[in-house]
Design a protein around this ligand. Structure first.
Ligand code: PLP
Length: 462
């Protein structure tokens, strides 16, 4: 059996080789899934194997199916890379293997979680008194925040949802924007609020909630009400008009939740902070560290201006949890999880390695690069920009759906860059997100050139 130190050393070499290959390896792998399945599959092993042999075989067999999402020309979805300090901190997190549900299982994990919570509130312009938790992602941040919202709006109506559940409760009106993220719907569904119960507020044609429509939908409404607004629409990066929404929600006595999965990070930039004016008046916020902060998956963030409601919605007790000393925090009281990874260590590493200035530079650079891409691609024949590039998202299409899809497929297949397609107002579109710290101007120029070649090939063959 390989000695443990040797195993870790060798694994570090494999990982470093991979990271060094990111700039030039094909962004999207070419191996067919059947090949991957054949290489990685087979019968359940009967016998033990040497750990180094296991890791080497895994690295060899998985490599052809690994997408270079951490690399400089991956622009799909909204996908951050991994800052060097965060990868290293993530290894330590695994080596320490702290169960970060209870303080007694890892006092340093609990302290670091508290520290990053305070740092993040300051960085993102959120109230210092807000409660905070780290979740797997923005999806579970929504679940946590909206559970707190449900708890609070029902409590104000004299109903304790913890005791009595939703059967027979006063109805909760939930107002959401037409361009909301799908994870909001699923969070609400898990909390007992179904699709037919949602009041969908139209958008203004530019991806933002129409505040006048929201006002109209809130008018005359009484009883428990939740409004879900968005800072950073997933295709366009558009920000809902938060000052107007916050005002309307306040007048209606509604709980305001803000989905800022990536868009909340604009608050870290003095240049872009204005986009979040009004966000500080919300009741809860959901975001991600694994997108724009560039920590490894998985890491979501939730903040709540009503710590008592947040705590009431999530806390749980067991005799065997209690009486083992006092800790800064027991995360089981603030998240829907029990045993959990000590994901604060990577966030801590990111914030310490970048500092306030580094986070602002990362965010601003991504936005500048998105502008550079938008300028380059929109100069190509037949290309139409579909959004105002407010942050790091670019949405565009070519002359018709056929051309758009064919050009995208060629760029994806080229291995030069990868971004996804979507449908926008009934037509095929391409969405590009600049979220990784490794991306620089030459990467943008290479990507524009890949589009130019693809368009020429598609036009020539058409
Ligand atoms: C990515 C995203 C989510 C979901 O986040 P996960 O981290 O995937 O759970 C929610 N809202 C918006 C706007 C997003 O971009």
């Amino acid at each position: 059996m390989t000695d443990e130190r040797e195993l870790l050393r060798r694994t570090a070499e494999i990982a470093a080789d991979y990271l060094e290959s990111l700039g030039e390896r094909p962004v999207f792998p070419t191996a067919p899934v059947e090949e991957l399945a054949a290489a990685l599959g087979g019968p359940l092993p009967e016998e033990p194997a040497d750990p180094l042999a296991v890791v080497e075989a895994l690295a060899r067999d998985a490599d052809p199916g690994v997408v270079a999402t951490a690399g400089p020309r991956y622009f799909g979805y909204v996908t951050g890379g991994t800052l060097p300090a965060t990868v290293a901190a993530d290894w330590l997190t695994a080596a320490w293997d702290q169960c970060a549900g209870l303080g007694v299982l890892g006092p340093s994990a609990a302290v670091v979680e508290e520290v990053v919570g305070d740092w993040l509130k300051e960085l993102l312009g959120l109230p210092a008194g807000a409660s905070f938790a780290l979740t797997t992602g923005c999806q579970m941040a929504h679940v946590t925040a909206l559970a707190a919202a449900r708890q609070e709006v029902l409590a104000r109506a004299g109903w304790d949802v913890r005791e009595r559940g939703l059967a027979g409760s006063p109805p909760i009106a939930v107002l959401v924007g037409r361009r909301r993220h799908v994870t909001v719907d699923r969070a609400l569904r898990l909390l007992g609020i179904g699709a037919a119960q949602l009041v969908v507020v139209p958008d203004d044609g530019r991806g933002r909630m129409d505040a006048a429509e929201l006002r109209g939908a809130l008018a005359g409404r009484e009883g428990p009400t939740i409004v879900c607004a968005q800072a950073g629409e997933v295709n366009t990066g558009a920000y809902d008009p938060l000052p107007e929404i916050a005002e309307a929600a306040r007048e209606a006595g509604a709980w305001l939740h803000v989905d800022g999965a990536f868009g909340l990070w604009a608050a870290a930039s003095p240049r872009l902070r204005h986009l979040l004016a009004g966000a500080e008046r919300a009741d809860s916020w959901a975001s991600d560290a694994h997108k724009w902060l560039n920590v490894p998956y998985d890491c979501g963030l939730v903040f709540c201006a009503h710590p008592a409601a947040h705590h009431a919605a999530m806390t749980m007790h067991a005799a065997y949890f209690e009486g083992q000393g006092r800790w800064l925090r027991d995360a089981v009281d603030w998240t829907p999880e029990s045993s959990r990874r000590a994901r604060a260590f990577t966030v801590y590493a990111a914030l310490r390695s970048l500092g306030r200035r580094g986070v602002a530079e990362l965010v601003e650079r991504c936005c500048d690069l998105a502008q550079r891409f938008a300028a380059g691609v929109s100069a190509l024949p037949g290309c139409e920009l579909l959004n105002e590039v407010v942050i790091n998202q670019v949405l565009f299409r070519f002359a018709d759906d056929e051309t758009t899809s064919a050009v995208l497929a060629r760029v994806q297949g080229s291995g030069e860059a990868w971004m996804g397609g979507t449908e926008w107002d009934g037509r095929a579109a391409i969405r590009l997100s600049v979220s990784g710290w490794r991306t620089r101007e030459p990467d943008i120029d290479r990507t524009v050139a890949a589009f130019e070649r693809a368009l020429a090939a598609v036009s020539g063959s058409g």
